[in-house]
Design a protein around this ligand. Structure first.
Ligand SMILES: CC(C)(COP(=O)(O)OP(=O)(O)OC[C@H]1O[C@@H](n2cnc3c(N)ncnc32)[C@H](O)[C@@H]1OP(=O)(O)O)[C@@H](O)C(=O)NCCC(=O)NCCS
Length: 218
């Protein structure tokens, strides 16, 4: 049977905060190999206290906001799982999966996404913290687990589609976010392929990290 995707809310009990950092760390060698090492650097985040704290806070906020309407303190963190036949998996990916069901199918966490109602602080010259006239959901985090590349194809696109559904459910007509523009804007092209449009480029921090703010009206 083929792969099916399922989205669940992230939880501290499931250690999804740690999982999100593992997703980032799984991408670092790949990013380097395609010439995008400047996007996230080469330091694994799993053991960095500031990264652990940030991931914990995002998942904690998501749990606190469950069932709450959109507000200036709104956030949701999601985990995308791929359901596959356990026999189709390599030993490495089997170790990342949950227990098999009676049909020999397992769920493997393959990607994560965080949405919030305020923009990132380093894009405020382009996008206000909150725009009351044209409110948005801000895509704070999107990453797949490179270790699961045999089954995660399309996971980012699937989660972005879920962001659109979530926005519609909340009565919000706009999704915004930012990404790195280096390496020939390959990542920007991915977001454009998903329906986003770049609004304006920026350089963040002392290192002048090159980025763009993008948005999609729905
Ligand atoms: C973004 C992401 C979740 C999309 O997952 P997906 O829907 O399964 O799509 P793919 O992984 O197949 O990526 C689509 C295309 O974008 C490219 N791409 C994705 N992330 C990229 C990046 N950071 N830098 C350069 N190219 C990237 C892929 O190489 C692929 O190109 P191809 O179509 O020529 O093969 C996943 O690619 C990912 O986690 N990338 C690394 C982390 C990242 O950059 N996250 C976004 C932060 S703003």
């Amino acid at each position: 049977m083929s792969t099916t995707f399922h989205i669940r809310l992230a939880s501290l009990a499931a250690k999804d905060n740690e999982r999100f950092l593992a997703f980032v760390d799984s991408q670092l060698p790949w990013l380097e190999s395609v010439g995008s090492g400047g996007q996230w650097g080469s330091t694994p985040r799993g053991n960095v206290e500031a990264s652990q704290k940030k991931a914990f806070t995002r998942v904690q906020k998501s749990e606190a906001c469950e069932g709450k309407p959109y507000s200036s303190y709104w956030g949701r963190a999601y985990v995308l799982e791929a359901e596959v036949d356990v026999d189709s998996l390599s030993d490495e990916v089997k170790q990342l999966s949950g227990p098999p069901n009676e049909n020999g199918r397992v769920r493997v966490p393959v990607a994560g996404m965080v949405l919030e109602s305020t923009s990132a602080d380093y894009v405020r010259s382009i996008l206000p913290e909150i725009d009351e006239k044209s409110p948005f959901l801000y895509l704070f985090f999107l990453a797949s687990d490179r270790r699961t590349s045999s089954i995660n194809k399309g996971s980012g696109a699937f989660l972005i589609n879920h962001a659109k559904e979530e926005a519609t459910r909340l009565g919000i007509r706009r999704i915004a976010g930012d990404c790195w523009t280096g390496n020939g804007r390959k990542l920007v092209q991915f977001y454009e392929s998903q329906g986003f449009k770049s609004i304006e480029d920026f350089e963040a921090g002392d290192q002048k990290w090159p980025g763009t703010v993008f948005e999609m009206r729905i």
